[in-house]
Design a protein around this ligand. Structure first.
Ligand SMILES: NC(=O)c1ccc[n+]([C@@H]2O[C@H](COP(=O)([O-])OP(=O)(O)OC[C@H]3O[C@@H](n4cnc5c(N)ncnc54)[C@H](OP(=O)(O)O)[C@@H]3O)[C@@H](O)[C@H]2O)c1
Length: 208
């Protein structure tokens, strides 16, 4: 049987075009109206306690043709959120004001024009279906990163993979996906203290 080895290196980029949902920090509070929502945003880069502001009358986003608007039920802090907030990024890359919160889980409340007749998106659908919102909110960017990295792999069962930094957010998802979904032989790197964790996730070989 032919075997080849793949490496997931870091850093890995996530293509923005693959993110289908437009996430709104929509509110469940009575401050929210049909046109507004409660949101935390920033207009200048800097430390959280200096630049983040909470507004209850933030305009609700309107979904683009191929987007859905979701009411956020849970969110987590992805490193990209605080790295983009802290460091100066030109407005053409990150238009301001910016609502942080790249990782979210919630319920579809509005469909873009092209999706109104699509059978696979309905108002009221949960994003996602089978896990609770809090757990799901930790998954979007790490899972997209892994799925995009591995989706073109042909005959993954015949292959070995080396996943760097297996105990991290991306690495821990990658180990489980490569082992349990794709059936690959998985080697990973991790510090001594994390060895048992990555083995429990499914790593066959752990390199300290
Ligand atoms: N998180 C995302 O959604 C996302 C999306 C796209 C791309 N990325 C990129 O993917 C990479 C990993 O992100 P992450 O969120 O998974 O990070 P993370 O959760 O902070 O994990 C980073 C891991 O890197 C390992 N590490 C740190 N310093 C190291 C060193 N000097 N030598 C070897 N290993 C070292 C640590 O291993 P031990 O715990 O074993 O010490 C840690 O578990 C980053 O470059 C990030 O920019 C992340």
């Amino acid at each position: 049987m032919r075997q080849s080895t793949l490496v997931i290196g870091i850093p890995v980029l996530v293509a923005a075009s693959a993110i289908l949902v437009s996430a709104a920090m929509a509110s469940n509070t009575c401050d929210s109206t049909d046109e507004t929502m409660t949101a935390i945003s920033y207009s200048e880069h800097g430390p959280a306690d200096e630049v983040l502001t909470l507004k209850s009358d933030y305009p609700k986003p309107v979904p683009g043709k191929n987007q859905v608007l979701i009411q956020v039920k849970a969110s987590s802090v992805n490193p990209v959120d605080f790295k983009l907030r802290r460091n100066s990024v030109p407005d053409f890359l990150i238009p301001k004001p910016k609502i942080p919160g790249a990782d979210v889980a919630g319920v579809i409340v509005q469909l873009g024009a092209n999706l109104e007749k699509a059978a696979n998106f309905q108002i009221g659908d949960r994003i996602p279906n089978e896990v609770d919102f809090e757990s799901a909110a930790a998954l979007p960017l790490v899972s997209l990163t892994v799925l995009q990295s591995l989706k073109k792999l042909k005959n993954p069962k015949d292959k070995k993979i080396l996943i760097h930094a297996g105990a991290g957010g991306v690495g821990s998802f990658a180990i489980q996906y490569a082992k349990k979904v794709l059936g690959m032989h998985v080697a990973t790197t991790a510090s001594k203290e994390k060895k048992e964790i990555v083995k429990d996730l499914g790593a066959d070989v752990v390199i300290d």
